[in-house]
Design a protein around this ligand. Structure first.
Ligand SMILES: [Zn+2]
Length: 258
């Protein structure tokens, strides 16, 4: 975050990505803001029951905030909650997915770098989960692919990542470590590849490039969901140096869903 002038205050639109306790009654929140990227700030009194900042500093709440300079971190002096995503909070499956999107974003975005596009993506994905737009994993996988692309880590889906040979619609090998599809000639000796059917590659194309608001109508062909999940889990693991705790939780929740 850029240093604030003494007594200066800035106005930001921000989503809470992470929070942890500070002292007796406060919290430190990691925010993804539209204007200044990712930053940490102090939410004073956030652990006092009934305080204004208590609800506003909950995970993935979207607020319009005033941020004043503090000694080490900025201090949120005002919260205007724009969306508390109450439906997501009420459903375990949605809560697990929204928590995962936030943790993934936190892991892949560095403090202070401009990332208005990532903010828009995350806000859009949370809104789609909230209104129940299609299968929630459609939103999750579209977000994973778009976030990876935004960060410069998009897997190669149109050609072999090694030799550049164009993919012509046949079953192929996908290697998260190599960064995408591998043709028959290049896949030898590459570990941890996922064999994927053409429909899986086509689905990942659509998830990456289709209009986000139109993905709700997307149909998942049998077997495709598991392959997309395996490919993208692999890509995310390669790019995140640390373990994603909420991914394990989401895995558990998915296991209980029919
Ligand atoms: Zn090749």
């Amino acid at each position: 975050m850029t240093a604030l002038d003494p007594m200066a205050s800035v106005s930001l639109h921000a989503i809470v990505l992470r929070r942890r306790d500070l002292g007796e009654t406060d919290r430190i929140v990691t925010l993804l803001s539209q204007e200044s990227g990712k930053l940490d700030a102090v939410a004073k009194g956030a652990r006092k029951p009934g305080s204004k900042s208590s609800g506003a500093s909950e995970l993935f709440t979207l607020s319009h905030i005033q941020l004043a300079e503090g000694r080490r971190l900025g201090i949120v002096t005002q919260w205007l909650v724009l969306d508390a995503f109450t439906r997501i909070r009420a459903e375990l499956g949605l809560l697990a997915r929204a928590s995962y999107l936030c943790e993934l974003t936190d892991k892949l975005v560095d403090d202070g770098e401009p990332c208005g596009e990532v903010y828009d993506l995350l806000r859009g994905a949370l809104s789609l989960l909230e209104i129940g737009h299609g299968h929630p994993d459609t939103v999750v996988h579209a977000y994973e692919l778009r976030l990876l692309e935004e960060r410069g880590y998009a897997p190669a889906l149109g050609c072999c990542v090694r030799c550049g040979k164009e993919w012509k619609g046949s079953p192929a090998a996908f290697s998260p470590m190599a960064g995408g599809l591998l043709c028959r000639a290049c896949r030898g000796g590459v570990e941890a590849t996922v064999m994927v059917r053409p429909a899986t590659i086509q689905t990942m194309h659509t998830l990456k490039s289709g209009e986000l608001t139109e993905l709700g109508a997307m149909e998942w062909k049998p077997g495709v969901a598991a392959e997309v999940e395996a490919c993208l889990n692999g890509c995310v693991r390669v790019r995140c140096e640390r373990d994603i705790r909420s991914a394990r939780f989401l895995e558990m929740v998915r296991g209980t869903e029919v």
